[in-house]
Design a protein around this ligand. Structure first.
Ligand SMILES: Nc1nc2c(c(=O)[nH]1)N[C@H]1C(S)=C(S)[C@@H](COP(=O)(O)OP(=O)(O)OC[C@H]3O[C@@H](n4cnc5c(=O)[nH]c(N)nc54)[C@H](O)[C@@H]3O)O[C@H]1N2
Ligand SMILES: Nc1nc2c(c(=O)[nH]1)N[C@H]1C(S)=C(S)[C@@H](COP(=O)(O)OP(=O)(O)OC[C@H]3O[C@@H](n4cnc5c(=O)[nH]c(N)nc54)[C@H](O)[C@@H]3O)O[C@H]1N2
Ligand code: SF4
Ligand SMILES: [Mo]
Length: 679
């Protein structure tokens, strides 16, 4: 494979590595061996040369002076952030000798990997690392922090992460952004919706916060957090009652529509209005629009599923397109995630067989604080990569207490000295994705892309793949899979015989073409991987698993006697906590804000722009308030995962109804004005 590293000047194709559905094609401009500009690749069939502000300024992050340049060991207190330079040899020897000792005394399950998707590259995010920890026999991490509940819920209805081809949505006539802040988090879906709008489409946004996505809607529908399942059932009630369903589609492609028709009688508009806070007339109007306009397309976001009832909520919303037969209409349907179209051969890449049939314990990443503080036998060592749990994990005061444990041997592989890395015993410098070889599969569009290294490694940094190769060698793992090149791993992973949508995609052609589209030939409805092979409006599998077989509204858990429901989502200029340590992005984002309804502010004697303290039984945070009409009374919203306003101190670490998912948005808080001394 050609690496572009040796060429000092020029423009090179690349791909955005961030955890963002758009997965843009990029062009990287180099002068004298350094990146001077990053732009969108106009040849990318979906992203077409447009990229977000975050990544346009990425070069500043790549060459930020604060980047970690060499391995370090801790010389100060845990969390203090005082380190001293060591060699790679010393770092790897220290880690492996500690681990060998721990394996002897406590067994390999005393070691826990903790990672997420700071870089979405398949080899680096979920490739050689998986091989390493399987071979080690370490505790396994259940990676549940993002979409676990919603994906499980969607799967009960549709069989897997299969949805509309986003390129078709330019044909839609009704587009519903449902709990997704797409202007910030899926900008190319907004671009496609705007194209559709030019041809007469209407855009509806259903959200708890009138943010920039709500502001661009033709109709913004504010809803109370955690009640979307009830709204979807209310829509179904009207669709059946007014004969707006498509009987021939229901008959051919679904199971359980008669049972569903009976079941949704109870979700009349008056009851649903009482639950959701949406006026009766609006519920009726929304259902009639949905039942009469085609193609209609729903982009389902993460908002409604980061709740106690998130799995059932997405399971419920995902029944809607079937009721009106929208899956047969070009530009109709829904997208929650489209990962199944590009699913590569994970077993070949990750080698679960290296565990040799051992049963090792599995730890839910949403319960990290509990795992570090309460688990027996205890976690004695943790290796963190591609994630920043001190900031992103729920109930983060507990997480920090766990990270601060004197007897926890913590290794963090990072580009920056994050809040998590400050607790580390050993810090290892990570390359940026532009320095790596990898391949990428979008969870929204249908293209697979390749990354060839564009620049040299920064300082002494190493990629995840390189680090796990070194660790494997020093641990004495002699399985040849640890010696495989990136090229071999990619070629094997793509040589997938069971995913029909990847037919024809091979490593050699991908290298030549840069982008290749999954093959959606035929109708995906004819090969749905549900137990019945049809869309399951009634799911016996759900009943087996202990859930109601039909979509059902189940309220969120009472999080305590605090007056406000608290929704703490991501912001526009960061990517989760990534960029929260880069000056440019902080300047663009200005500062964290708490959005509060004018009536609530009036009652509490709080004025716009004042500093407030928000608190609950888990902890407290201080920030500035924005008073207005952007949230309903009884709801407060913040955006962004900031290093010095650690909002996750307030969020619950209960797990959702399905998939062990996160419940970030099901917490409650109180808000009070901060009285300054002398005021
Ligand atoms: N700029 C930017 N882009 C990102 C990210 C980022 O941090 N910044 N993060 C990336 C990642 S990892 C992910 S998972 C995606 C997430 O992106 P999205 O799918 O957009 O999810 P969120 O931003 O978490 O929430 C979406 C919306 O749901 C609303 N919401 C919260 N609770 C409810 C509810 O109960 N009902 C309804 N209807 N709405 C609700 C929130 O107000 C928010 O506007 O974005 C990715 N892209
Ligand atoms: N309150 C609240 N909390 C949330 C959310 C929310 O909406 N509200 N969203 C949740 C969601 S959806 C998600 S996905 C999680 C995301 O949580 P994380 O996956 O932890 O995301 P980031 O904060 O972006 O942290 C990724 C880290 O990986 C590092 N990194 C990047 N590339 C590499 C690499 O190649 N190697 C190594 N070793 N490191 C690398 C980056 O520098 C960065 O510090 O946060 C969750 N937390
Ligand atoms: S963060 Fe998303 S929108 Fe921005 S460049 Fe990357 S993939 Fe594109
Ligand atoms: Mo996420």
């Amino acid at each position: 494979m050609n690496s572009f590293v040796k060429q000092q000047n020029g423009v090179f194709p690349s791909v955005c590595s961030l955890d963002c559905p758009d997965q843009c094609g990029l062009l990287v401009h180099k002068e004298d061996g350094k990146i001077i500009k990053i732009q969108g690749d106009p040849n990318h069939p979906v992203t077409k040369g447009n990229i977000c502000n975050k990544v346009r300024h990425m070069a500043e992050r790549i060459y930020d002076e604060k980047r970690i340049k060499y391995p370090m060991k801790r010389i100060g207190l845990k969390g203090e952030g005082k380190f001293e330079r060591i060699s790679w040899e010393e770092a790897i020897k220290t880690i492996t000798s500690k681990w060998k000792e721990m394996i002897r005394t406590d067994g390999p399950e005393s070691i826990l990997p903790y990672s997420f998707y700071g870089n979405m590259g398949k080899l680096n995010a979920e490739g050689l690392d998986r091989r390493f920890f399987y071979q080690l026999g370490a505790s396994q991490l259940d990676r549940t922090i993002c979409t676990a509940a919603g994906s499980k819920g969607y799967k009960y209805t549709m069989g897997g992460s299969l949805g509309t081809d986003p390129e078709d949505t330019i044909h839609s006539k009704l587009i519903i952004f449902w709990g997704i802040n797409a202007v910030s988090t899926n900008m190319h879906q907004v671009a496609l919706a705007q194209k559709a709008r030019k041809n007469g489409a209407k855009i509806i946004v259903i959200d708890v916060h009138k943010n920039q996505t709500g502001r661009l809607a033709d109709w913004f529908i504010p809803i109370l957090p955690g009640t979307d399942g009830a709204l979807a059932l209310g829509i179904m009630h009207i669709l059946f009652a007014e004969n707006l369903v498509d009987p021939s589609f229901l008959k051919k492609y679904t199971v359980g529509h008669e049972e569903l028709r009976q079941h949704v009688v109870q979700y009349d508009p008056v009851s649903v209005s009482g639950i959701t806070g949406i006026p009766v007339a609006d519920i009726v109007n929304l259902a009639r629009m949905y039942g009469t306009i085609a193609p209609s397309f729903i982009r389902i976001g993460n908002g409604p599923q980061h709740h106690d009832n998130g799995g059932m909520c997405i399971r419920t919303i995902s029944c809607l397109p079937a009721l009106t037969g929208q899956w047969l209409v070009k530009g109709g349907g829904a997208i929650k995630s489209n990962t199944a179209f590009l699913a590569h051969h994970t077993d070949i890449l990750q080698r679960p067989d290296l565990l040799r049939d051992k049963q090792t314990r599995v730890i839910n990443m949403n319960l990290l604080g509990q795992a570090l503080l309460e688990l027996t036998p205890p976690v004695k060592s943790m290796f963190v990569y591609e994630s920043n749990p001190a900031i992103v994990a729920p109930n983060s005061k507990k997480v920090r207490e766990g990270l601060a444990r004197e007897d926890l041997f913590l290794v963090v592989h990072e580009l920056f000295l994050t809040e998590t890395a400050k607790f580390a015993d050993i810090v290892l410098p990570a390359t940026s994705a532009f320095e790596n070889t990898d391949f990428y599969t979008s969870y929204w569009h249908h293209y697979i892309q390749i990354q060839q290294p564009v620049i040299d490694h920064y300082g002494e940094s190493k990629s995840n793949v390189e680090v796990f190769r070194l660790l494997a060698k020093e641990m004495g793992f002699d399985n040849p899979s640890f010696e495989e090149t990136e090229e071999k791993m990619m070629a094997d992973a793509l040589h997938h015989s069971t995913n029909p949508y990847l037919e024809g995609i091979r490593f050699v052609s991908l290298v030549k073409q840069q982008y290749m589209k999954s093959n959606r030939k035929g109708l995906f409805l004819d090969q749905l991987p549900t137990p019945s092979g049809k869309i399951e409006l009634l799911s016996m599998k759900m009943e087996e698993d202990g859930y109601p077989a039909l979509p059902t509204y189940i309220p969120i858990v009472n999080d305590g006697d605090f007056p406000f429901l608290f929704v703490a989502g991501p912001n526009h200029n960061f990517l989760n906590s990534t960029f929260s340590n880069n000056e440019k992005h902080i300047t663009l984002e200005k500062e964290p804000r708490l959005h509060m309804n004018r009536m609530d502010a009036l009652k509490a004697g709080i004025e716009d722009g004042e500093r407030v303290r928000i608190w609950n039984h888990r902890g407290a945070c201080e920030l500035k308030v924005s008073v207005g009409e952007n949230v309903l009374p009884g709801v407060v919203v913040t955006q962004g995962l900031w290093a010095d306003t650690p909002i996750n101190i307030l969020t619950p670490d209960r797990v959702a109804d399905m998939g062990g998912g996160a419940t970030f948005f099901s917490g409650r808080v109180d808000v009070e004005k901060i009285i300054m001394d002398g005021a």
